[in-house]
Write a protein that binds this ligand. Structure first.
Ligand SMILES: [Zn+2]
Ligand SMILES: [Zn+2]
Length: 108
C-alpha cells in the first residue's frame, strides 16, 4: 500500500529512517563515515566488514581508498538528534515529529 505516501509525508519519514540506518548493523549510525560513492556506514562496521583492509563498498562494490573515508558530520548530528528524540518518546509517529524537528535544527 504505497498510495499517497508522497503527499502524507510518510515517504519522507521513511527516507529519514533509511538515511540514519547503517546497512551493515541495521541500527543508527555510530561515528558515520562516507565513502567515495557517497554510501555511509558506521566506522566500526565498515572496518570490521573489510577486516581492516579497505576493499570495496559493501553496497555498490565500488573500490575504496581508506584515506578517502570521511566523517559524515551532518549525518552524525542527525543521528544524535534522532536518538535524543527516540529516548523521549518511542512510538510509531515519532519519526514524523523528529523529521520536522531535524528540519528546524538543520535550518539554523
Ligand atoms: Zn553499522
Ligand atoms: Zn557505495
Amino acid at each position: 500500500m504505497e498510495l499517497g505516501l508522497e503527499q502524507s509525508g510518510a515517504g519522507c519519514a521513511k527516507t529519514l529512517q533509511d538515511e540514519l540506518t547503517c546497512p551493515i548493523c541495521l541500527d543508527y549510525f555510530k561515528d558515520p563515515v562516507s565513502l567515495d560513492c557517497d554510501h555511509n556506514f558506521c566506522r566500526a562496521c565498515i572496518t570490521q566488514c573489510w577486516g581492516g583492509i579497505p576493499v570495496s563498498c559493501p553496497q555498490c562494490r565500488e573500490t575504496v581508498q581508506e584515506r578517502n573515508l570521511r566523517l559524515n558530520r551532518q549525518l552524525a548530528n542527525m543521528v544524535e538528534i534522532a536518538n535524543r528524540l527516540s529516548l523521549q518518546a518511542y512510538e510509531p509517529s515519532w519519526y514524523r515529529r523528529s523529521y520536522n524537528k531535524i528540519n528546524d535544527l538543520a535550518v539554523w
